[in-house]
Design a protein around this ligand. Sequence first.
Ligand SMILES: [Zn+2]
Ligand SMILES: [Zn+2]
Length: 790
Amino acid sequence: MAVTAASADPDSPCAPTIGAERRLFTVHGVVQGVGFRPFVWTLAHRYALAGSVRNTSGAVVVEVEGPAQALDSFAADLVGRAPPLSRIDDVRTVKLPSRGEPGFVILESRGIEGAYQPIAPDAGTCADCVGELFDPADRRHRYPFINCTNCGPRFTIIEDVPYDRALTTMRHFTMCALCSSEYADPSNRRFHAQPNACADCGPRAWVCDAAGGPVPGDAVAAAGARLLSGAIVAVKGLGGFQLAVRADDEAAVRRLRDRKRRPAKPFAVMASGVDAARALAHVGEPEARVLASSARPIVLLRAAHPGRGTLAEAVAPGLDEVGVMLPSTPLHHLLLDVVGGVPLVMTSGNVSDEPIARDNAEARERLGGIADAFLLHDRDIYARYDDSVVRIVDGREHVVRRARGYCPLPVSIAGAEGAAAVLALGAHLKNTFCILRDGKAFVGPHIGDLDHPESLRHQDEALTTYLRLFRTAPAAVAADTHPDYASTRIAESWWAKGSRQERVQHHHAHIASVMAEHDLRGPVLGVAFDGTGFGEDGTIWGGEFLLCDETDFQRVGHLAPVVQPGGDRCAREGWRMALAYLRVAGLDDGEVPGWLGGEGCPDQRRWRLVGRLVAAGGIGAPVSTSAGRLFDAVASLLGVAHVSTFEASAAMRLEALARTVPRDRAATIPVPRGGSPLVLDTPALVARLTEERGAGAEPAALAATFHESLAAAVADACAELAGAAGVTRVALSGGVFQNALLLARTSALLSERSLRVFVNHAVPANDGGVSLGQAFVAASRSATRWRGGS
Ligand SMILES: [Zn+2]
Ligand SMILES: [Zn+2]
């Protein structure tokens, strides 16, 4: 049945042409919810073609009929001029007999059993909509939910495919006559814009005080006035609630820290535009492009001044980086407008590390002790999504946290098209899952640390949604080899129900995530540096050189093993690692070194106590090759930080300090290596740094020397290992390579040694990328078995 019959239109395509051809195009990719059908409609009119376009849950299917030359032009434009938010993976063309029908119509969507379709992520408000938002003559002037086919909510409101209003949380709103006519007009920017709405018919916003009492008057004005007076306002965003407070008010930011129980972890800041961001931080061309992209992520930027200009010190204490984002919704645009462009802290609406709050009632309950007021609205969020975080290194984008604006765009994996569907359950911290089917890897949103019951619920919700939307019943389920990960226990429940069991070692998965992103097949030399992962020998791994292919790996090198006195406590109390390294280097005389001191420095009693743990070894001091713990040790020994107030904070401050030194002033201390597997003698490096520190060398110079020396040692070790194995490609992954200085220097030194370097871009180098690697390995193993006929 035709939704739009265009044959009565005087501008409609011409009557059937003698000698006309008919072609069927099946377009796969992100083609729903992005204005693809009106685009096809307009294109058919431009070339005066007859036919139809239809969404199915598997693709967009187009049939057009007309002269061959016009069909060729149509086919070229179909890909070449596709709408900005679409992403075409492939177009299949079939010739059909001519039917001689008149006109071009848009047919009703049709679901196909078992078929799925990549869905567009949520997109920041487009320039056209922003223009209308602030145009007093426009009928949507200052309407907080303005959107069109080029922008607005998508994945956060979709309950099922195909993407039609009835299957989104917008189904509760009935369009008024004006909105309906836009929606039905193929020449309108809002043609089939499923969340289309206006003040007469669409969602509305309002403000509640802390007690839940409604505040009369304009919602945005009321929220803005409270923000200007220093209040904390919970704002319902696209993927969940955010907590806002003015970012230039030291007392207000500190109050937010106290109430959110987040003493030091940096807050992101929302600036009104690229120019406003420039007042806060260094914004180059690539940074500006990513800030203003439709994904609207938080971009980690170098702070403009030591005091960060107008930003309160409490926004990102002790760091030289600040996370900045631009408004992603009309509500944000209006809010920034009413506060006169004052930058706002905009952080996840949660307590500590729990998932972001989603519903109005849930927000009032969970954020009641934090927010002074709530800016609410009645468009429901179906899928909970945190803000995404990216960093630019050497002009390229690296995703650090992948959620709103990026999910659920898949990573394409060539050669995996025929493999059975795989579900990979990821790591324990910064958990994500990944569904791989038909050569597409759908990495789920950042869930967080699976220690919280709330996080497990979030994981379950998100996974259920993905399995339904992508029509997947996994044949194989992959998990880490760590027996105690909550994600491994979830996998066990699948295995118990008959899914094939695939276990993938943590660091192999890190390297495999790079291989998946770059379509690499083995052998590849991988360097996986992170905080912790379960090693094949039962010890803690985290500074690994692995010769990898897509199904297996061989450990060909690692950092020197050092014990972790107190196990996981070393990640928080880095001074414990300082002691352990000094002990290996023969430099611990049982006393806190005289030159050590400052906040968090242990007293003699604790030093001796932990010293005894080191000597005893065993379960209280497990053996570890962790690169993350090496950074903690050096941060402590250089007096930068003896404890980490949030994950890797000591290492981040060490990197920030190293950056204050020009690179040509950073010396390189050679790091001895030898043996098979090759061992990098990092305790020798720590010993040299310690001796120079004891002799009065500047900590900043030593921090720079540490980074340069480690990068050189990794590059030299890779050159030796790659030469022996006959490989030329090196993959770098693991959370430690989020250190931009280490990543840039290691990459440069590897290139100087004629090795090709591959790193993560689309998924995080941290544990958020592990699920992609697991899925890739599991799918590759099944393909290998299939090829082997066993
Ligand atoms: Zn728009
Ligand atoms: Zn309306």
